[in-house]
Design a protein around this ligand. Structure first.
Ligand SMILES: [Zn+2]
Length: 113
């Protein structure tokens, strides 16, 4: 239950944020999720829905923005988008790469009332 652990930590962050202000409920949660997190949008959404029941977050719309996986070749510096399994560098054929993006998972914004 990979997603459940993530939902739990997202929920904790939301509660921490809204406790700082006078918030009745959360209307919308915008998440940024990288392609390399292995998180499925649909699983994430259904986990979230169940987890936030009977909390100020219940009924909030979850909007997910995906970030593509991007890597940099360690030999020639070529940067390219890829998927798992990572493709070799198209410029020099090297397999050694550094991940630049695709591992992010954070709350971009909240809408509350
Ligand atoms: Zn290269």
């Amino acid at each position: 239950m990979h997603e459940l652990a993530m939902v739990r930590s997202i929920y904790d962050v939301i509660m921490e944020k809204i406790n700082e202000y006078d918030v009745n409920r959360v209307i919308l949660v915008k998440l940024v999720i990288g392609e390399l997190t292995g998180v499925e949008d649909t699983t994430m959404k259904s986990c979230f829905e169940v987890y936030v029941q009977a909390t100020p977050v219940e009924g909030a719309k979850l909007v997910i923005q995906r970030v593509p996986a991007k890597v940099r070749c360690r030999v020639c510096g070529n940067e390219y988008q890829t998927k798992i399994p990572f493709s070799d560098c198209a410029v020099c054929g090297n397999k050694s790469i550094t991940i630049i993006s695709g591992k992010e998972l954070y709350i971009d914004s909240l809408e509350v009332e």
